[in-house]
Design a protein around this ligand. Structure first.
Ligand code: UDP
Ligand code: MG
Length: 319
């Protein structure tokens, strides 16, 4: 936050098969970040196991722009892990994770920097439109936030993604979180700090295509909920208690029928319903237990979050 010497800003850009989007992104960086801003820039591209020529392109671009650092991961680890790798290596006084497809507008970064210089530790980018997303993605996102925020602590701000500015001390705090299952939005929210929100309009992807399909998003949502709440586990105690109570009442009712009104043989339907209903319920309960157990298992292995194949360091200098 030093006003005299330019502050170092790191952009962390995870890329997975983005050869079409790289040049457009860098072109835009050149337009937005002029020396007048009093900022020194560090561009950290994390190559998340791309199978196209993203890495080659990055290496070529680095020859022209020495502010580029390339972290080449050994395979595709997913955006969350790639972002973690970038945050780990970033040295800026402020760090901004950003998508390469220009869906997170670069000029907004300058607005974020202004607020950061006013003393905020975190500046969140909140999208005010969701119309570039499909109906299914919008609806599922809405329900995800409703459920997540009902049962987990801290609350996740809605329509806020990974695009945000973080002060160095926030990044350091983030690095202290040891979990290998990384649901970044949740981790970001968990660490707290003095936060302010900036609204923006999210545009269509410039080049290439989205790397997330429905199945990936569903697992992502499960990850979010199970990482930050144990309510789905606890709810079974209550469901169990309620059903026990109900069956006790039902037992009294049957006893009454048999003892007072005489034996009544037919009962196949109610028996079948009870068996299948309870069977299904138990399986769901076991499934949820399994979900948590699986995550505990993965966590207990203590594997690193990502594996780096090579780091091609830049110099922060623009030539
Ligand atoms: N990404 C990544 N690893 C992955 C998937 C995506 O590093 O396994 C990167 C991708 O290259 C992009 C950013 O994450 O820079 C956001 O991805 P995308 O635009 O596909 O997501 P969407 O905007 O559709 O949610
Ligand atoms: Mg995108």
């Amino acid at each position: 936050m030093n006003q005299e010497s330019p502050s170092l800003l790191s952009l962390v850009i995870p890329v997975f098969n983005e050869s079409e989007a790289l040049e457009v992104f860098l072109h835009e960086v050149g337009i937005v970040f002029t020396p007048i801003e009093g900022l020194q820039l560090e561009l950290i591209f994390v190559n998340d196991g791309s199978t196209d020529d993203t890495l080659h392109q990055l290496l070529a671009l680095q020859q022209k722009d020495h502010r580029i650092t390339i972290v080449d991961l050994s395979r595709n680890f997913g955006k969350e892990s790639a972002m973690t790798a970038g945050l780990d290596i970033a040295s800026g006084e402020a760090v901004v994770p950003i998508d390469v497809d220009l869906q997170d507008p670069l000029p907004l970064v300058l607005e974020m920097v202004k607020l950061w210089r006013k003393g905020f530790d975190v500046v969140l980018g909140r999208r005010i439109n969701r119309d570039v997303d499909s109906w299914a993605k919008r609806t599922s996102a809405h329900w995800f936030y409703r459920i997540q925020n009902r049962i987990s602590n801290p609350k996740l701000p809605e329509s806020v993604g990974d695009f945000r500015l973080m002060d160095r001390k926030v990044v350091e705090a983030l690095k202290q979180l040891p979990e290998s299952q990384r649901f970044m939005k949740g981790l970001f929210a968990w660490i707290g700090f003095k936060t302010v929100t900036l609204d923006y309009v999210r545009t269509e992807r410039t080049r290439g295509s989205s790397k997330f399909n429905t199945w990936k998003l569903w697992n992502f949502a499960l990850e979010g909920i199970t990482s930050f709440s144990t309510d789905p586990l606890r709810i079974w105690t209550y469901i169990g208690l309620m059903i026990s109570l109900m069956s006790f009442g039902f037992a009294l009712f049957i006893l009454f029928k048999v003892l007072i009104l005489g034996i009544d043989v037919p009962g196949y339907a109610s028996l079948m319903v009870a068996i299948t209903f309870l069977g299904g319920l138990q399986l769901v309960g076991i499934g949820i237990l399994g979900e948590y157990l699986g995550r505990t298992y993965l966590e207990s292995k203590r594997r690193p979050i990502y594996v780096v194949r090579e780091i091609h360091r830049g110099t922060h200098e623009w030539i």
